[in-house]
Design a protein around this ligand. Structure first.
Ligand code: IMP
Length: 420
């Protein structure tokens, strides 16, 4: 069985918890996009973690965790995460780092600051866009280059020469030295160097041996570089369509496509968000839901569930099933609003507009459903959930036409109900 776990909103859907749970049965877990802009919250053996780069397979001794070619890797962060996890687990996670994954260099972060994209686009300032840009411009440094320091050195010298021409007034850029940069990267990589190899071949071999492979997405569908509300997006393909291309696998080999979404919406950074609420209501969702960025600590904007956006995300990913998370956060609301269409230029529309400028103008058209008073975070059997909860779930299923297979009512692994 091959499963892809995909975020269906603007990231932060609770994928970390779901992948951690499903990785238990996986032989291989492959992270297919993004870099340390992601923050997956996981509770493992009672300890809470925020991981940024290492896939969820790391928590299980017999599972290989692959950092694939679709990713961009910050070796300093990877090493810190590796050391921390090794200490927590008492063993060293089995990693495979794709030789063709790109490395985030210190100048990529510097470029983000110089260009002001943190301010304009609300990025995580982790050097993500400049690294993907260098990849497309063929001036990137790849993990495999570190195994051949002479090649890495040549590539770095070429890149620095270009940077020096582009930024003659930046002291930070002018002071960079290829030898120093390379030494630094090699020292961060240290014990991880033997894990660099041909990840695509390893994934194909896993398929051929009928192993249980899981693909783990980062960020969410609405942040996809092609299909999100550009330019308020991340720089990688966050959807199922991008997975095969960035890793080099034929898509029919992934049979289960599980879309993860939160029972309400959040967004962090800059960009349109039609169902955002304000004032006390937003504060209530943010406080109860703990809606602060794992990577940056920024408060997330909060709002009601947007089924227009969800239908679009499900269509793009061809989801075969869904996981709803953080349903417990909605306990205690008398009424819950769900957006089923938008009003745009005086007309009701049911399709998610691609252009950020149009999405900005969309007003949500809400349907209101009854809330439930009692907390549900201790419930472990979906048959014992209040009737209003199941009516809410049924409304979503009817609207989007895909079954909700997993219901999550808390951050702990036990607070998860699998439905037939
Ligand atoms: P970047 O990925 O750092 O370039 O940031 C681009 C946009 O994506 C910003 O609005 C970020 O806040 C958002 N973003 C990137 N990664 C995540 C994530 O893991 N969760 C939520 N938002 C994210």
């Amino acid at each position: 069985m091959t499963t892809a776990v995909l975020g269906l909103q603007w990231g932060d859907e609770g994928k970390g918890k779901i992948t951690h749970l499903l990785a238990k049965d996986a032989d291989m877990v492959v992270r297919f996009n993004g870099g340390p802009n992601a923050g997956h919250t996981v509770i493992d053996r009672g300890v809470k973690f925020g991981t940024h780069l290492i896939p969820a397979g790391a928590f299980y001794p017999n599972t290989t965790s692959v950092l694939s070619s679709g990713m961009v890797i910050d070796l300093k962060i990877l090493r810190e995460e590796w050391d921390m996890l090794s200490q927590h687990l008492g063993w060293q996670p089995r990693l495979l780092i794709a030789e063709n994954a790109h490395i985030i260099m210190p100048y990529h972060r510097e470029l983000e600051e110089l260009e002001g994209s943190g301010k304009h686009f609300g990025t995580t300032r982790r050097g993500i866009a400049p690294t993907y840009r260098d990849k497309a411009a063929k001036v990137g440094i790849r993990a495999g280059d570190l195994l051949h320091p002479d090649i890495a050195s040549q590539r770095l010298k070429l890149r620095l020469a270009l940077l020096n021409r582009e930024w003659p007034d930046s002291q930070g850029i002018q002071s960079l030295d290829a030898g120093v940069l390379l030494e630094e990267q090699l020292s961060f990589a240290g014990p991880l160097l033997p894990f660099i190899g041909d990840a695509t071949e390893a994934i194909h071999q896993a398929f051929d041996s009928d192993l249980n492979v899981m693909f783990e997405g980062a960020q969410g569908t609405l942040l996809d570089v092609d299909h999100g509300s550009y330019p308020f997006v991340t720089s990688s393909s966050t959807t199922f369509a991008g997975l095969g291309n960035s890793i080099g696998i034929p898509m029919p080999r992934v049979d289960r496509r599980l879309g993860v979404f939160k029972a309400y919406m959040t967004r962090v950074g800059v960009g349109p968000f039609p169902t955002r609420v304000s004032g006390e209501l937003e504060e209530r969702l943010r406080t109860i839901g703990g809606e602060f960025g794992v990577t940056t600590g920024r408060p997330r904007e909060c709002g009601w569930l947007d089924l227009v956006a969800l239908r679009y995300a499900i269509q793009l990913n061809g989801c075969t099933g869904l996981a709803i998370t953080k349903l417990d956060v909605l306990s205690g609301f008398d009424e819950i609003s769900v957006c089923r269409s938008y009003r745009l230029n005086g007309k009701s529309i049911e399709k998610f507009p691609l252009a950020a400028e149009l999405l900005e103008k969309c007003e949500p058209e809400y349907e209101t459903v009854s809330g439930w008073g009692d907390p549900i975070s201790e419930v472990r059997d979906s048959a014992e959930l209040p009737k209003q909860v199941m009516e809410f779930v049924a409304l979503i299923e009817r609207d989007v036409g895909v079954p909700v297979e997993i219901i999550s009512v808390g951050p702990e692994p036990e607070a998860t109900m699998m439905r037939k």
